[in-house]
Design a protein around this ligand. Structure first.
Ligand SMILES: Nc1ncnc2c1ncn2[C@@H]1O[C@H](COP(=O)(O)OP(=O)(O)O)[C@@H](O)[C@H]1O
Ligand SMILES: [Mg+2]
Length: 298
């Protein structure tokens, strides 16, 4: 079963068409990386999924039911933009208030559980306004987790976080996924999503450009040998005589995409009087794949 199934979704804002026939499929249990440039329609899609705004046309199904079905609505949760917290209240009190709003019976127990899941159990007494951006985002996620949603939609939760904040967020999202929930995370920070996503959807201009599993991305991302030599232009010319896919990248490395070991390249260049200063195997990452895709290269 799919957690989300969208067909031909459109959304018009007065003169602007934000979504132009978007299709999207999110399998149950996925961590779905929803990727696209600013203005491509990620937040609009998420708001429609969550029932915050109306669609113009198309179908949106959640767990095989229409997304407006009240039973389904109660099983999903979202963090879109900043969480609605009272700045002068503690994290704990904000959480308890939200639990009361949702009419959660064993509130204290549930709040302890979700704060632990987002690594905030030691900071529950902090005033919300004194929390770092990463902590605030995690409080927002904890709030969204109250009531055990089957589907969690997070709009750019890693945006603006420092390296440590991102690492914690990654662990938190992986743990949430282990509880069986399906998670949709929109982002334009691709490198971070690559470490956790099981599925990807790439949106451009209000349309889904490509959907794929992490395994399909892996298979699509070519490996290559990257090297630097004392005389780069000669090295490139000599390599091009023997190998068919040789190019210089933007960071000043020569890439050989042919199936060849670094050892073979070292021997070949040495025989031709070229000294290699650095060599290793590398792989095109999501970031580069995405840029290629946007340029229409793949
Ligand atoms: N309330 C609105 N009124 C008019 N245009 C909007 C509104 N919300 C979004 N848009 C436009 O729709 C497009 C998609 O926006 P959005 O979904 O926020 O993109 P993303 O989240 O991918 O950055 C953008 O061109 C944006 O300017
Ligand atoms: Mg957005």
């Amino acid at each position: 079963m799919n957690a989300i199934e969208i067909k031909g979704l459109t959304k018009n804002f007065k003169e602007k068409q934000a979504l132009c026939g978007l299709d999207m499929t999110v399998p149950v249990g996925a961590i779905y990386g929803f990727i696209g440039e600013n203005g491509s329609g990620k937040s609009t899609t998420e708001k429609i999924i969550c029932g915050l705004i109306h669609k113009s046309s198309g179908t949106v199904k959640l767990f095989s039911k229409d997304h407006t079905d009240p039973e389904i609505r109660s099983q999903m949760s979202a963090l879109i933009e900043a969480p609605g917290c009272f700045p002068n209240m503690s994290v704990w009190n904000n959480m308890m208030l939200q639990a009361a709003n949702l009419d959660i019976s064993n509130a204290e127990q549930e709040v302890v559980k979700v704060l632990k899941l987002v690594r905030m159990e030691g900071a529950a007494g902090n005033k919300y306004k004194n929390c770092s951006l990463g902590m605030k985002q995690r409080v927002g996620i904890a709030m969204a987790l109250l009531g055990n949603p089957k589907l969690l939609v997070l709009d750019e939760p890693i945006n603006g976080l420092d390296a440590d904040g991102m690492r914690i967020m990654r662990e938190v999202l992986t743990d949430i996924s282990k509880t069986g929930a399906t998670v949709v995370i929109s982002s334009h920070i691709l490198g971070e999503l690559e470490k956790i996503a099981t599925h990807y959807g790439i949106i451009k201009g209000g349309k889904m450009l490509k959907e794929m599993t992490a395994a399909e991305l892996e298979a699509d991302c070519r490996t290559y040998t990257a090297l630097q030599a004392k005389d780069m232009s000669r090295a490139k010319a000599i390599l091009s005589c023997k190998y068919s896919h040789v190019e210089e990248d933007e960071s000043g490395y020569i890439r050989v995409y042919d199936t060849v070991t670094p050892e073979e390249i070292v021997c070949y260049l040495y025989e031709n009087g070229i000294i290699i200063t650095e060599i290793g195997k590398a792989k095109i990452g999501l970031e580069e794949y995405y840029i290629d895709l946007m340029k229409g290269g793949k």
